[in-house]
Design a protein around this ligand. Structure first.
Ligand code: ATP
Ligand code: MG
Length: 425
């Protein structure tokens, strides 16, 4: 047997009980907020056919080229992948179960995603996303609704200072026009491009505009902007979105250089960004993907315009920890029941059952131990009260209650009165 200690996979984290109050608070707020906007929960499998992601996210993207956990099923040779994101699975599920026949769909999901990246603060190999998808909606009203739902979520979570950037990628046709203008421009400035940019010149010229190389700043600033090549409908859509956001009092900046790492986006793209998490400042990203339903469904599916977003749960929780964690209630047990003696032991079981039936949280001491040892456990449990049962209390059908978190007298009462007391304090 190997003596090597087993550890979790690099970049994949345990979430320990001391941190759970944050996750549970977050999950409850998300659930309530989604419900408030009429979004229904959907849960998809964690593993899908590799082809689903290659076809939707795009073969020449970071995710598909180098971040996917793909493997072949030993039993039948299928090529499978741990989902790197949720939109493709969600669209697949919607098509597979014909949900769009019943009309447009507002959906949300949450869960673990997997990307083989270099782990660092705020960037993990197993991380969590909450995503919302609105399928079957063409207008900018739903884009605005999704953005406003994010803003509401930030408010309910108690996080502030998130910056909203919006942009538009136009239609496929306007991107083709823009692409050739861009390549033409970059070819005229070939001498000023670095190696990376030259390599991408014909495969993915838009990405060059994303470069962090300061020496290329001037060329990038002077490059033609997609906004100037927009088709009329996309321009109207983008202006419609801006009008709605302004009417609803949502601040935003237009970022003409906003690009997304997945191929399926068109028209609206947006991102919520914080300055508080260093390099991992992107908290939530989304946009419109009008072609994806048809693309995944093949000829059998009728096209359906759609828009959605995904937020990074770990990054949002990091912000909550910095800003509002102090206000989040921890769930603590109401009582820790200490007992010693033959009659007392039986009465202790009856006591915890009674308290739980009344909706209270009661821990029964298990194992041996003197009253003193048990009292120490009661204290360490975080419970608000210790309930002490000896044979003489049990014989009288009573228990002693001792407050653990404040200086107050121990009292001896019947079970019903004890529960009243726990509920009242
Ligand atoms: P980044 O630019 O940080 O790599 P991305 O563009 O790859 O993000 P998306 O695919 O748009 O991210 O996913 C939406 C959100 O999911 C991101 O804004 C981020 O908050 C979160 N996210 C993405 N990748 C990771 C990761 N490896 N670890 C933790 N959170 C992540
Ligand atoms: Mg990424």
């Amino acid at each position: 047997m190997s003596s090597r200690t087993l550890q979790a996979i690099r970049g994949m984290n345990d979430i320990l009980p001391d941190q759970i109050y944050l996750w549970e608070f977050f999950e409850q707020v998300v659930h309530d907020c989604m419900a408030a906007f009429g979004y229904r929960n959907i849960r998809m499998p964690i593993v899908e056919q590799t082809d689903l992601f290659v076809r939707s996210i795009g073969a020449v993207t970071d995710i598909v080229e180098k971040e996917m956990y793909s493997f072949s099923d030993q039993l039948n040779g299928d090529s499978l992948t741990l989902r790197p994101e949720g939109t493709a699975s969600c669209v697949r599920a919607v098509l597979e179960h014909n949900l769009l026949y019943a009309g447009s769909q507002r959906l949300y999901y949450s869960g673990a995603m997997f990307r083989h990246e270099r782990p660092q603060k705020g960037r993990y190999r197993q991380f969590h996303q909450v995503g919302a998808e609105a399928l079957g909606y063409a207008g900018p009203d739903i884009d605005a609704e999704l953005i406003i739902m994010c803003a509401e979520l930030w408010k309910r979570l108690g996080i502030s200072n998130l910056r909203l950037e919006i942009g538009t990628l136009g239609s496929a046709a306007s991107r083709t026009v823009h692409r050739s203008r861009l390549i033409g421009y970059l070819e005229r400035h070939l001498g000023k491009l670095d190696d990376d940019a030259r390599r991408r010149l014909h495969s993915n010229p838009l990405r060059i505009l994303d470069s962090k190389n300061a020496e290329m700043r001037e060329v990038i600033d002077g490059a033609p902007r997609l906004l100037d090549d927009l088709d009329e409908d996309s321009l109207a859509h983008f202006e419609g979105l801006q009008r709605l956001l302004r009417d609803q009092g949502v601040d935003f900046e237009i970022n003409p250089r906003l690009v997304r790492g997945l191929d399926y986006y068109n028209r609206t793209v947006f991102e919520w960004i914080t300055g508080k998490l260093g390099a991992q400042g992107a908290v939530c990203a989304g946009g419109r993907y009008d072609g994806l339903v048809e693309q995944i469904g093949g000829r059998a599916a009728s096209a359906a315009p759609a828009c959605g977003f995904a937020l990074g749960v770990e990054r949002v929780l990091a912000l909550i920890s910095m800003e509002s964690a102090g206000d989040i209630p921890h769930s603590v047990p109401d009582a820790y029941v200490i007992h010693r003696g033959e009659i007392a032991d039986g009465f202790a079981w009856k006591t915890v059952r009674y308290l739980r039936d009344r909706g209270l949280k009661a821990i029964l001491h298990c194992g041996d131990g003197s009253f003193k040892v048990q009292m120490r456990k009661a204290d360490a449990s975080g419970a608000r009260f210790a309930i002490i049962i000896g044979d003489d209390e049990a014989q009288a059908g009573e228990i002693s209650i001792k407050p653990l978190r404040e200086a107050a007298e121990q009292v001896r009462v019947g079970l019903a009165e004890a529960a009243d007391l726990l509920e009242a304090s």
